[in-house]
Structures are given as structure tokens and as C-alpha cells.
Design a protein around this ligand. Structure first.
Ligand SMILES: [Fe+2]
Ligand SMILES: [Fe+2]
Length: 198
């Protein structure tokens, strides 16, 4: 599909900003579902990690609300395929939790590190174009980094499951982002990388 803003070969930054908000809001929604499914399983199998998962889920709920609140001023709308994020998040959460507590943390590490990379691209793009949204994402990124550190420090050893699951979940997260932006995350990444260098 041709992006109408690309007629001149240059993307309209407002379109990119709307897509950033849309994918971030949907991604937070997916994260809420991942943690929600993991909490359901962990309550029965690993109750000791439930408080940490609940705290992270609480952060994702805040992030989701903050991105939603930032939408109207920028004429952005939520993703049309939220159900897809909901289902994808729940399935990923259940499968990893059923596979064991270490898998929960490996999943969190993979998702949070992929999210971190996307937020880095966005921050470079937004610095001069939307300082208010830049500040919001920078503060959210700090909490995502704390989630990543918790996930890393909670793992007991890093064996084959880490080596196998990390790239798979990372690629799935990238795919979800790519699909929900109709493939635009690819050019957004290139454009943001250019903006970051400029
Ligand atoms: Fe988040
Ligand atoms: Fe997070």
C-alpha cells in the first residue's frame, strides 16, 4: 500500500508521529496481556514472582493510558487490530509461563529489549519534532529498562532455552510491530536512524 504522504518521496512527520503513538499504544496493550496471562499461570505455579509481574503490568497499564491520552492532540487513533495484539499477547504469555519461570523472564527480556530498540529510534526522530511526546517516551523508556533489568537478573543461568527463545520472541515482537504498522516500521526505522544521525 502506498503511503499518501510519500508522494514527494518524503514522509510527513505528522503521519509518522501518529503511527508511533498507534503502535506504542497497541504494544502496551499487548504487554498488559502478556503479563496478565503470565500472572494467571504464576499464581498457581510460581506465586513468589506474582508481585514483580503485577508491578510491571501496572506500569504497562499506565503507559497504555498515557499513549492513549497523547492521541487526540495529534489526531492519532488506536490501532484497528487491537484484538490481534490482545490474542498474540495472551498466547505468548500463557505459553511462556507454562514452559517455566525462567521462560517468563526470557520472554520479558526479549520483548522489553525489542521495545527498547524501537523507543530509541522514536526518541531520535521526536527530539526536535515533538518534544512533549519525546519527554513522555523517555520517561516510559526508563521503566521499560527497569523491566528489562528485572528480567535479566531474575534468570537462573542462561542455557539453550535462552539462546533459542530470545531471538524467536524478539522476532515475533518485531513482526507484530511491522504488521500493525502495515510494514511502515521498516521505513520508520530507517528514517529515524537518519534523524538520529542528523
Ligand atoms: Fe510499557
Ligand atoms: Fe515493559
Amino acid at each position: 500500500m502506498i503511503n499518501p504522504s510519500s508522494r514527494s518521496g518524503r514522509r510527513d512527520p505528522d503521519v509518522t508521529i501518529r503511527r508511533i503513538l498507534k503502535v506504542n499504544h497497541a504494544g502496551e496493550f499487548g504487554a498488559i496481556r502478556i503479563y496478565g496471562a503470565q500472572i494467571l499461570v504464576a499464581r498457581r505455579l510460581f506465586p513468589d514472582i506474582v508481585p514483580a509481574l503485577e508491578e510491571m503490568r501496572g506500569d504497562e497499564i499506565d503507559h497504555c493510558r498515557l499513549f492513549r491520552e497523547a492521541m487526540p492532540a495529534r489526531s492519532a487513533k488506536p490501532c484497528r487490530v487491537m484484538a490481534f495484539w490482545s490474542l498474540g499477547g495472551s498466547v505468548l504469555g500463557f505459553l511462556t509461563a507454562l514452559a517455566g519461570r525462567n521462560m517468563i523472564w526470557i520472554c520479558t527480556e526479549a520483548v522489553e529489549s525489542t521495545v527498547h530498540r524501537h523507543l530509541e529510534d522514536q526518541l531520535a526522530f521526536l527530539a526536535k519534532r515533538d518534544p512533549e511526546l519525546h519527554a513522555l517516551i523517555a520517561s516510559i523508556q526508563e521503566q521499560e529498562l527497569a523491566h528489562l533489568r528485572t528480567a535479566e537478573s531474575s534468570q537462573k543461568g542462561r542455557g539453550l532455552s535462552h539462546a533459542l527463545l530470545l531471538p524467536v520472541v524478539g522476532a515475533l515482537t518485531d513482526l507484530m510491530i511491522w504488521l500493525s504498522t502495515w510494514g511502515d516500521s521498516s521505513w520508520m526505522r530507517a528514517e529515524m536512524a537518519r534523524a538520529g544521525r542528523g
